[in-house]
Write a protein that binds this ligand. Structure first.
Ligand SMILES: Cc1cc2nc3c(=O)[nH]c(=O)nc-3n(C[C@H](O)[C@H](O)[C@H](O)COP(=O)(O)OP(=O)(O)OC[C@H]3O[C@@H](n4cnc5c(N)ncnc54)[C@H](O)[C@@H]3O)c2cc1C
Length: 511
């Protein structure tokens, strides 16, 4: 096997967990390969609620250690990628004195658990201050007593993922999207030492060897364990679906995110400003089998609309929805049956008999900690030589800048300059669609610098068009395909295939 196909570590899965591990490992000095079956972030990592948070709702489960861990990670998350993650105020309205007392205790505890790594000071507002502060008549005012305002972070999940990818590539890492692991190879002692891979775009197959194989496939963790140990049935991860709806910001035009603190299924619903739109979510429904493109159900959409209507003065209808999206939470399966909303968000590291390492559970906010724990675990079990401690606490992610720029150029951080260069070079300063903020030059940038290969890569994850306004994304697919075909020198048949695939995906996101 040639040297270029041999690594210290192979990571299976290009979501938050896999790319987090990749950055930790490469920055410690290991030789690393990351393989993703679809596109980076195609799984759960593109479909989060976009919160960087300790998880205020877990306080109700008295899970203080978990909340504290999230609050600490929140600080480093924001610190190392200020161009992609920012502090955001969250407003919790209360309509009874009991609720006021409950939220007072909760929010002060949340501040306390942040310790020195606090990102803002929470405060309490009277009814008048609340209505003035949110500067909007949209909140339901009947019986409103006041509100609490606390801080958490907010981010663009796939843009952060691409920033992790670029950080990793710059440090010498190797990554392939559209490369599906089909087999775990073993040495003569039965230990995992390589993988067989299928390139899903051209059907070529490859073999790669490594000292350690890491399974970071989220809700598909058990499927990799099944190919590692086919004689056993694995059941470590359970999936819970969460759906979000996206609206124009007029439905709740406020600088604050609104927190609906208690839904009828005893959860929190967020109403978040994001890229000039409003995201509302999420639900929490146990699902039998994990799918890569889960479809929001009619009952989830109705539930979100019904709950939202109780808190907004403007009545919101199905026809107001600009896009819908659902993701599957990869949760560590509990020993006893329990409601999925109550399953802990803790992460766990497993080692199979073949030494295949699986990292499961957790959440986006703590991707860095999950990665650090995984590599420390591998060192502790002497699967690799110790090359020192994790360096990611101080590692600024690709594009890092504190300068504020307008969306969409803001997400490229310092690299926005290359988009301007492409505009000049191609003499194309036009937008992709009148109702979307994106430039045509961004498509070329995504191909040249961000490994985008399909229309969906560009309209769902490099830009967020499909998540913000599915109809407009559908409408600019043709233009996107033509720009791509020109840059990649692809024939007309390629454009047609791309459009057919993208139109199918749009069905999930279109209202
Ligand atoms: C609805 C919802 C809302 C959420 N909101 C938040 C939030 O606001 N804040 C927060 O911190 N967290 C949030 N989370 C949690 C967070 O999104 C997830 O914990 C995280 O994205 C999981 O990342 P992952 O890399 O483990 O999984 P994924 O992102 O699913 O990545 C796994 C990858 O493995 C790939 N793969 C699978 N099989 C193979 C194979 N054979 N070969 C190669 N690759 C393979 C898949 O294609 C996939 O891309 C939310 C989750 C959900 C579902």
């Amino acid at each position: 096997m040639s040297d270029e196909n041999t690594f210290d570590i192979i990571i299976i899965g290009g979501g938050a967990t896999g790319l987090g591990v990749a950055v930790d490992a490469i920055s410690r000095g290991y030789k690393v390969l990351l393989l993703e079956a679809y596109d980076f972030g195609k799984g759960t990592s593109s479909k989060s609620t976009k919160l960087v948070h300790g998880g205020i709702r877990y306080l109700a489960n008295l899970d203080f250690a978990l909340v504290k861990e999230g609050l600490h990670e929140r600080y480093y998350f924001l610190k190392n990628a200020p161009h992609l993650a920012q502090a955001q105020t969250y407003l919790v309205p209360f309509y009874s004195l009991w609720d006021k007392l409950k939220y007072y205790v909760g929010i002060k505890l949340y501040d306390f658990l942040s310790g020195k790594l606090k990102i803002g000071e929470s405060k309490f507002l009277s009814r008048e201050e609340t209505l003035l502060s949110i500067n909007t008549p949209d909140l339901q005012q009947k019986n409103l007593i006041g509100s609490a305002v606390y801080y958490d972070g907010q981010f663009d999940d796939t843009r952060l993922l691409i920033s992790l990818l670029r950080t990793y590539l710059e440090l010498g890492g190797v990554a392939y999207n559209y490369h599906q692991v089909t087999q775990i190879l073993k040495d003569n002692l039965g230990k995992a030492n390589g993988v067989s891979v299928l390139n899903t775009l051209n059907s070529a197959t490859h073999k790669f060897m490594a000292k350690v194989i890491i399974n970071a496939t989220g809700t598909l963790t058990d499927s990799i364990l099944d190919i590692d140990e086919p004689e056993q049935k694995h059941n470590h991860v359970t999936a819970a679906q969460g759906t979000h709806l996206v609206f124009n910001k007029e439905i709740f035009d406020s600088p604050h995110a609104l927190v609906i603190p208690k839904t009828i299924d005893d959860r929190i619903l967020f109403v978040l400003p994001w890229h000039n739109k409003i995201i509302v979510g999420t639900t929490d429904i146990a699902v039998e089998a994990a799918e890569i493109d889960p479809q929001p159900s009619v009952s989830e959409v109705d539930f979100i609309l019904d709950t939202l209507r109780q808190y907004t003065k403007n009545k919101v209808y199905n026809s107001d929805i600009k896009a819908k999206f659902a993701g599957l939470r990869p949760l560590v399966k509990p020993k006893h049956n329990t409601n999925s909303a109550k399953i802990s968000r803790k992460h766990e590291i497993l080692m199979s008999n073949s030494n295949l390492i699986s990292i499961v559970g957790g959440k986006w906010t703590i991707y860095r900690l999950m990665a650090l724990d995984t590599i420390d675990f591998i060192i502790k079990h002497k699967l690799l030589e110790n090359k020192g401690k994790s360096k990611t606490q101080e590692l600024k992610l690709f594009g890092y800048t504190q300068e504020k720029r307008e969306y969409p150029l803001s997400v490229y951080g310092t690299d926005y300059i290359k988009i301007l260069q492409i505009q000049k070079e191609t003499n194309n300063f036009a937008k992709l669609h009148p109702d979307l903020p994106y430039y045509q030059a961004e498509v070329i940038y995504h191909i040249r610098y961000e490994m985008a290969q399909t229309i969906e890569d560009i309209l769902a994850r490099r830009t967020r068009a499909l998540f913000l306004d599915a109809k407009s994304a559908f409408e600019c697919a043709n233009l996107t395909a033509l720009l791509m075909a020109q840059e990649l020198d692809k024939p007309h048949a390629w454009v047609e295939n791309q459009l057919r695939d993208f139109h199918l995906i749009c069905k999930v996101y279109l209202p």
